[in-house]
Ligand binder design. Structure first.
Ligand code: TYD
Length: 135
């Protein structure tokens, strides 16, 4: 699973009037997009997203500013810095992740493969490590 984590380079249409990027389901993300959400106004030093999803897959984009995403399958750890709006981080299900080092005014945009469902979360790191049978 951790090998399925990848940086997706999104289209970037350069223009003197300003640049434009976009993403389409199945083309730039390997799933149907059921939901988008965004995280903003993160106070300095705060971290977000300490959990995994059993089913939900995501693409995480730093639309503005920068932050780091730390990911693990319980064995290997990966750290990815996002700081460009035309790079997305694809995170498959069954991966524990959190985000930290949010810059001032940073904006994290997330495209998700499922509607919100609290039952899809694993928020207990020990449980995640011990029974990662869904990995
Ligand atoms: P949570 O996913 O725990 O935030 P983080 O990205 O830091 O892990 O979500 C925080 C709260 O927002 C939680 O009460 C669930 C709620 N929420 C929704 O209602 N819908 C959503 O799409 C998301 C992502 C969260």
């Amino acid at each position: 699973k951790i090998d399925e984590i990848k940086i997706v380079k999104l289209p970037k249409i350069l223009d003197d009037r300003g640049n434009l990027s976009f993403l389409e389901e199945y083309k730039h993300v390997p799933f149907e997009i059921k939901r988008t959400y965004w995280i903003y106004d993160v106070p300095g030093g705060e971290s977000r997203g300490g959990h995994s999803y059993r089913i939900n897959e995501e693409l995480i984009i730093a639309l503005s500013g920068s932050f780091d995403v730390i990911l693990t399958d319980g064995y290997e750890v990966k750290r990815v810095s996002l700081n460009r709006s035309y790079f997305g981080l694809y995170v498959p299900n069954g991966i524990w992740r959190h985000m930290e080092n949010f810059s001032t005014n940073s904006l994290a945009f997330i495209a998700a493969s499922t509607e919100f469902d609290e039952a899809d979360y694993e928020r207990d790191l020990d449980k995640f490590k011990n029974n990662g049978k869904y990995i």
